[in-house]
Ligand binder design. Structure first.
Ligand code: GLN
Length: 515
């Protein structure tokens, strides 16, 4: 049954639909594999074995009785711990929420259940989604299945590692500045940040509300599209949810498999995201991909987005400002742990201070202090106000770029996975990991990350990022599926389909050598 763990969600879906396999078999295979490898990978904070098997058995019984079920019915999925789940702890990677079981499901989780997916458990993440490596998780880091000495990206390193280590065919992530796309890049997975407002944030533990989006993580573009169709669409419980009628992302992805899908597509290469600071192997794979796209009939155009240079600076004012406000709710009364001060009177203020001191990690404290300062009366205009103006300039850069190009491309991350500890003591170095992904969050446009081979110097996965105008998520799936197919037919593999678990580098050692 171990082969079941290698299948895409789409393939599992076909086998489940014609009853060649049962959901209990698919779920058991993944749970057994989690048991076998997660001691090393640590993608999961919580595994819900009994509940998952019960859900799978119920779905099998309903299928056997002839009930029509959705396309992903019976397919297992991992859920980032930032999402509220009423039957599993939801900690957002923080001590302050240790053991907290929410009284309700996030809308995206409710939609997974309604579509009969099988939740396997909750995945590890940087505390409150702050970070690019999972080293800020209060529960210890996740390891990259490609090299256990290296980070799996962050904050959603658990979801990306679960998918790339074949512990789950699908996962949910959340992306505030790159936390779906950057982990996807460094683990060889696919990840999508939808248009802001395209997927409900209700029940997603807030980091920065104007930037956060929930999105799919998978091993193929089609699988991500299928999951997007389940979780996306208007939610009256989220006041920023768009009321658009969305096209089928699954159909959009399938359109990418048609001949000539790349012909005439105007692909904008963002000059500011293609320059210095990138690892040579990342740059090399990116340039090769551009050449292949051109060969397939796409038109490669250089576009300039001069204000992207200020994106990271603006983000690290806007995000801490919003985070400091959002995290004020952890007051020792309403959620999670309560810690009394060691001595002195038990006033509510002192209990709150002792709880927050013990419950928050150093990165969270750093950002609360930064955000509180940026919002303080004397500095509001100079910092937060200026950052919001930069945000508008970045949106205008996108508008100008999309007037010339249908999609924009860049590497999804400046380097391959780095070693544990390498950037932990240098917050600036950590923040710069998201230099390519942050602009999309600031402007609310969708972005998709997909694998583009391995860096020659270290044999680790490299990611391509594709961005489209707001609301044009379907275009990302069509283009992404076409690029995925192009790279596969040229380089002879899909990124992970043949990966020996925990030794995936071997998969590229073909006759022509490592691709
Ligand atoms: N790494 C970025 C940060 O630390 C992105 C986080 C995210 O997208 N949740 O803020």
């Amino acid at each position: 049954m171990t082969d079941l763990i290698r299948l895409s969600a789409n393939d599992l879906s076909g086998l489940l639909a014609d009853r060649s396999i049962s959901s209990v078999e698919a779920t058991t295979a993944h749970l057994d594999h989690i048991d076998a490898v997660d001691g090393d990978v640590h993608a999961f904070l919580h595994v819900a074995r009994d509940a998952a098997l019960q859900t799978a058995a119920d779905i099998d019984a309903r299928r056997a009785s002839g009930e029509p079920l959705g396309p992903l019915a019976g397919v297992p999925i991992a859920i980032k711990d930032v999402l509220a789940t009423k039957d599993m702890p939801s900690t957002s990677g923080s001590k302050i929420l240790e053991g907290w079981i929410p009284p309700y499901d996030a809308t995206v989780v409710a939609r997974l259940r309604a579509a009969d997916l099988v939740p396997l458990g909750k995945t590890n993440m940087d505390e409150f989604a702050m970070g690019s490596s999972t080293e800020h998780s209060a529960y210890g880091p996740t390891r990259n299945p490609w090299d256990l000495e290296r980070i799996p990206g962050g904050s959603g390193g658990g979801s990306a590692a679960a998918v790339s280590a074949f512990e789950a065919p699908l996962a949910l992530g959340s992306d505030t500045g790159g936390s779906i796309r950057q982990p996807a890049a460094v683990t060889g997975s696919v990840g999508v940040k939808p248009t802001y407002g395209g997927v409900s944030r209700y029940g997603a533990i807030a980091l920065a509300s104007s930037l956060d989006q929930v999105g799919p993580v998978s091993r193929s573009v089609l699988d991500a599209a299928m999951l997007h169709d389940v979780i996306g669409g208007h939610d009256p419980l989220d006041s920023t949810s768009l009321t658009d009628a969305w096209p089928s992302m699954t159909q959009a992805a399938r359109a990418g498999f048609e001949d000539g899908a790349l012909k005439g597509v105007r692909v904008g290469v963002v000059k500011e995201l293609n320059g210095s600071g990138f690892q040579p192997g990342v740059k090399q794979r990116f340039d090769e991909t551009l050449a292949l796209l051109e060969g397939a009939g796409a038109e490669i155009i250089e576009v300039s987005a001069p204000n992207f240079e200020y994106a990271v600076a603006a983000y690290y004012l806007i995000l801490p400002a919003e985070a400091s406000s959002n995290l004020a709710r952890f007051d020792s009364v309403r959620f999670g742990i309560r810690v009394n001060p060691e001595d002195g009177p038990l006033t509510s203020e002192r209990v709150m201070a002792a709880t927050r001191e013990a419950g928050f990690g150093p990165e969270v404290k750093r950002r609360i202090i930064l955000g509180t300062y940026a919002l303080s009366a004397g500095y509001y205009d100079a910092y937060y106000g200026s950052a919001q103006k930069v945000r508008t300039l970045i949106q205008r850069d996108f508008d100008a770029a999309f007037a010339q190009a249908d999609v924009l491309v860049s590497p999804a991350a400046p380097t391959t996975a780095f070693k544990f500890g390498e950037k932990l003591d240098d917050p600036m170095a950590m923040y710069l990991n998201d230099i390519t992904t942050i602009p999309a969050n600031l402007a609310g446009v969708p972005g998709l990350g997909l694998p583009m081979g391995l860096a020659p110097e270290d044999g680790l996965p490299v990611g391509l990022q594709v961005m489209a105008p707001a609301r044009a998520d379907a275009r990302l799936y069509t283009f992404g599926a076409a690029v995925e197919q192009l790279l596969e037919s040229t380089w002879g593999h899909t990124m992970l389909s043949q990966a020996p678990v925990l030794a995936p580098n071997e998969m590229f050692a073909s006759e022509e050598g490592v691709v």
